[in-house]
Ligand binder design. Sequence first.
Ligand code: ATP
Length: 324
Amino acid sequence: MEEIKRIGVLTSGGDAPGMNAAIRAVVRAGIHYGLEVYGIRRGYQGMIEGDIIPLDSPAVSGTIQKGGTILQTARCKEFMSYEGRKKAYDCLVSFGINAVIVIGGDGSFTGASIMSKEFDIPFIGIPGTIDNDLYGTDYTIGYDTAVNTVVEAVDKIRDTASSHGRIFFVEVMGKEAGYVALRSGIACGAEGILVPEEKGQVEKLKVYLDTRGRLKKSSIILVAEGEDYGGAIGIAKIFKEQFPEFDIRTTILGHIQRGGSPSAFDRVTASRMGVAAIEALLDDQKSIMIGMVNNEMVHVPLNKTVKLHKDIDHKLLALTEVLI
Ligand code: ATP
């Protein structure tokens, strides 16, 4: 393998708070170890179009506390074809870049894994997605901040719910994964948590609302958007029909969950992962994702993280059986 002197870093897929902290760590660690670091703007789109800029240490000053991504992100159809990836490769060669660090989710890692096989170029992944649904890591960058955002919003909804004696179905992000709903639901003291991974919850919730729920002044039910019955709106419809006597409302938190200043936890995790990604490259690793397992940085093959499914945290799920 060619000696690595100049690397590229990009953010791809959905944005997540803490991505800037990861970019900053990649730049600072790269420079620390004598590499030149280039920022590839708008994910794989920028790789194809040559939207590539040099990044020095001052370029990432004052970014650790910022949400979003200073490199911007994109979803790029062209990269899904061999021709698109060939264009991207030619562009990297013309800039003298011979390794890439990708901050993103499993789609981004699928692309990285394919391209690293086709063109013999090392790709290191850093998990950045609020969904926390990547195999091989306990935490993804952005998850902790998103959970804190949900908790803050639901605490406010709780005030109005209890004042009016209402039941609120609050929809949070998570098309295929209930991590955000589960963790924030526990933190908010939700009366119900509906996640795509667990079946039979609606029947349980009906029993709960018909019995103990009636003794309460109000209830908050957290619903992951990918949950089977059509998210919060679908679920609320079912409950309105079954319990016409209840004052039932729906709130969809939406994209506020993606934004905002990253939590200290996300900043530190992103910083650790950024440094670990550079160290992995220098250690001749290719086609791996940096993960965090039991508070340690680990290497997970990219093809494994994209193929294997991360299950919901059953220990957290079991807690809800006791606490609700
Ligand atoms: P999030 O979890 O936030 O959605 P993600 O990384 O999974 O992030 P995707 O939109 O699935 O987001 O993927 C981002 C980009 O990765 C795509 O726009 C595309 O350029 C590339 N990509 C995804 N899947 C593939 C694939 N099968 N082959 C090549 N490239 C891919």
